[in-house]
Design a protein around this ligand. Structure first.
Ligand code: UT7
Length: 346
């Protein structure tokens, strides 16, 4: 298999050699899911819905809900600790923390700074990244840039969400879909090792209203009216979001496969954003993937936005499903609209 080389011209030939040899490897992954399970059956006590409707329309059976005193930074820090333990990395070794989230503990300071403090990564720079459900792929690609440019040696990338705090528990169109959780990956340059082969990111801001939380920012700050009109909750046009998700995920996946000159049949595992079983099946069908290539865990966790593919990656790795040298295709879609895809050689 030919690996993609980046079209960069170097003045210094030694730098060129170093750059070509350099890869961005995923040293380890980790995740954290809150203990409390909220089943479909339990949601029928909150809104007019049924286990049959939720299962047949989404594939979701249950989701996790964080405790009242457990915040996005705690979920993120627990996932980070899991990845650090699995990778044998100390907090002091981390140069940069990127937290992808749409449910930060507060608008500022960033959740990444809070995580830095919790895990004791005192040498790390830290910032949040907001690309909704596409956040983890965006963060991977940005983390990779810092590794490839030799700016940093160890980058901690986290997708973490406490979506239960922005869900309108009176809206059956949305409250059945989402859950809380976090996943993390540690990126490093490990000489002559495998890693992130390529990634793509995309956005279409003209369709932002399809999936948004109108209030809480500078446009509609908290007020009596904003509360009365329930503007601090996530809103979604499900049908339109669905169509856009399938199209964007297919073209992002095709783009990265084409770049790596890999056919879909050579992909060992496809890890799609876990929003809806029907979206995953439609993407799989259009890409001509086999069912056994698709990794699915949304039945247990629902849509955890930026955490979704990070949790799935950790679950696939921990269960022994991923073998060294396997080709993994990650493909995501979310509010913004945003989308992305990445190819990883495990
Ligand atoms: O992570 C970011 C990306 N997010 C997504 O990609 C989500 C994309 N959208 C979806 O997954 C699907 O559109 C939904 C699961 C949200 C909805 O599925 P749908 O097949 O598009 O259903 P629908 O919105 O067309 O609604 C069908 C019917 C409606 O009733 P009427 O108007 O036909 O009488 C809804 O009111 O189902 C009704 N409905 C429900 N019924 C029982 C909507 N939600 C529920 C519910 N329980 N929870």
């Amino acid at each position: 298999m030919t690996l993609p080389t980046r079209p960069v011209e170097f003045v210094n030939p030694r730098a060129a050699n170093e750059f070509k040899a350099r890869t961005c490897s995923i040293r380890s992954v980790g995740s954290y899911l809150p203990e409390k399970v909220l089943t479909n059956e339990a949601i029928t006590k909150l809104v007019d819905t049924s286990d049959e409707w939720i299962t047949s329309r989404t594939g979701i059976k249950e989701r996790r809900i964080a405790a009242e005193d457990e915040f996005t930074s705690d979920l993120a820090a627990n996932a980070a600790r899991d990845a650090m333990k699995k990778g044998g990395i100390t907090a002091e070794e981390i140069d940069l923390i990127i937290v992808a989230t749409i449910t930060p503990d507060m608008l500022f300071p960033s959740t990444a700074c809070l995580v830095q403090q919790i895990i004791g990564a005192k040498n790390a720079a830290a910032f949040d990244l907001e690309a909704a459900c596409s956040g983890f792929v965006y963060a991977l690609e940005i983390g990779q840039q810092f590794i490839m440019s030799q700016t940093y040696n160890t980058v901690l990338v986290i997708g973490a969400e406490k979506l239960s705090t922005i869900i309108d528990w009176e809206d059956r169109n949305t409250c059945v879909l989402f859950g809380d959780g976090a996943g993390a990956a540690i990126l490093q340059n490990i000489p002559n090792s495998h890693g992130l082969l390529t990634a793509t990111m995309g956005a279409d801001g003209s369709k932002g209203e399809l999936l948004c939380m109108p209030a809480g920012g500078s446009k509609i700050p908290a007020s009596g009216d904003s509360l009365k009109n329930r503007l601090h909750y996530l809103r979604m046009d499900g049908k339109e979001t669905f169509k856009n998700a399938v199209n964007a995920m297919c073209s992002a996946a095709r783009e990265v496969l084409q770049r790596c000159q890999i056919d879909i049949s050579q992909v060992d595992h496809i890890i799609p954003h876990q929003a809806n079983q029907r979206i995953i099946s439609a993407v799989g069908d259009r890409l001509k993937a086999k069912e056994e290539q698709l990794f699915i865990n949304l039945d247990k966790y629902g849509n955890t936005s930026a955490a979704s593919v990070a949790i799935a990656l950790d679950e696939a790795a921990t269960s022994g499903r991923l073998k060294r040298g396997d080709i993994i295709l990650i493909v995501v879609f979310g509010a913004g609209l945003t989308w992305g895809a990445a190819v990883i050689e495990w």
